[in-house]
Design a protein around this ligand. Structure first.
Ligand code: KMH
Ligand code: ZN
Length: 309
């Protein structure tokens, strides 16, 4: 029997800006409602970022996360996964503040430094809802998404060892799998490793099926059977790569963080719409969708009763 597919939904992120879609959740109420809607549609993990409710700018303050986390917890049983990716110019301590305060079951951990080019999105818009948006995107011409060995060690210890939080290991390139193998060798990461293979971010591996096959084979070589894997692809590649992951026996991630679309030229009206679409595809392949409890058991999470929100 094929394993049920764990659907992660990344609800708002730090890539898209409010001008790009009226459906991007920004306020605490919007983020909470969108997250709960995604869980009701079949997501068993919710990957969450916060935004400034006044202007939609990505926001790392713990109090911003705390303004929606209790509502998400009361509204659904899904696993809460908090970003440690942060935003432009944040120190690693700042990037960790929200997750340290919330002590979640899961957090993201980016497995290497890369360029993270959002500036091509500038060409698509002439007018902006908020002044900060064009500068935010333009800054990525000269921005390194910093995830050094010291950063990785710090987060694994400060969050993993201190809080019992487990990780979504975000791998944008082949070397990031080897970085994870290094952290495992140091004794800082415990199996099963939940590896998120990422395609189509400008600065990381492109959205090519060859890359997915090769990354997956490499993960098998490095981690044997002690890992679970999932795939996310940015923008128009999202549904195709999610489907491919399900067909190969893996898990998948959708959500407005990574793509604002539901089909060619059509904006998704909610996170739930994307989750419902991929769920229909998964089930029509003869597969099933994992419940939050199944995800907790497979990923050996500490449980929703041991978080701090
Ligand atoms: N949007 C993903 C490609 C994080 O939150 O740590 C990157 C991401 C990073 O999810
Ligand atoms: Zn994220």
């Amino acid at each position: 029997m094929a394993k049920p597919v764990i659907i992660t939904c990344a609800v708002t992120g730090a890539i898209h800006t409010p001008t790009m879609s009226p459906y991007l959740p920004v306020t605490p109420s919007e983020i909470a409602a969108s997250a709960v809607g995604a869980a009701e549609a079949g997501a068993s993990i919710l990957h969450l970022h916060a935004r400034d409710p006044d202007n939609g700018r990505p926001d790392g303050r713990p109090e911003s996360f705390m303004s929606f986390l209790p509502r998400v917890k009361q509204g659904c049983d899904a696993v809460v996964n908090i970003t440690t990716g942060g935003g432009l110019g944040m120190t690693r301590e700042q990037r960790l503040r929200a997750a340290s305060a919330a002590s979640p079951e899961m957090a993201s951990l980016n497995m290497g430094s890369i360029n993270f080019g959002l500036f091509p999105l500038l060409d698509k818009f002439d007018e902006w809802k908020f002044d900060w948006e064009p500068g935010y995107l333009d800054n990525t011409r000269d921005f390194i998404f910093r995830n050094t060995y010291a950063d990785i060690e710090y987060i694994l210890k400060a969050l993993g060892q201190e809080h019992g939080t487990r990780f979504e290991y975000e791998c944008y390139d082949l070397g990031h799998l080897y970085n994870l193998a290094w952290a495992v060798d140091q004794g800082w990461a415990e199996p099963p490793f939940f590896i998120q293979l990422i395609f189509g971010v400008f600065g990381g591996a492109g959205a090519e099926l060859d890359h997915l096959l090769h990354f997956h084979r490499t993960a098998e070589r490095l981690f044997g059977d002690s890992f679970e894997w999932s795939v996310l692809a940015a923008g128009r590649h999202q549904m195709r790569f999610a489907t491919q992951a399900a067909m190969m026996g893996g898990n998948l991630r959708v959500g407005l963080e990574d793509s604002l679309y539901i089909g060619p030229g059509a904006k998704a009206k909610s996170n739930a719409e994307q989750v419902a679409k991929i769920r229909t595809i998964v089930e029509s392949l003869g597969l099933t969708v994992a419940t939050p409890e199944e995800a907790r058991n497979r990923l050996r999470l500490k449980g929703a009763d041991r978080v701090a929100f």
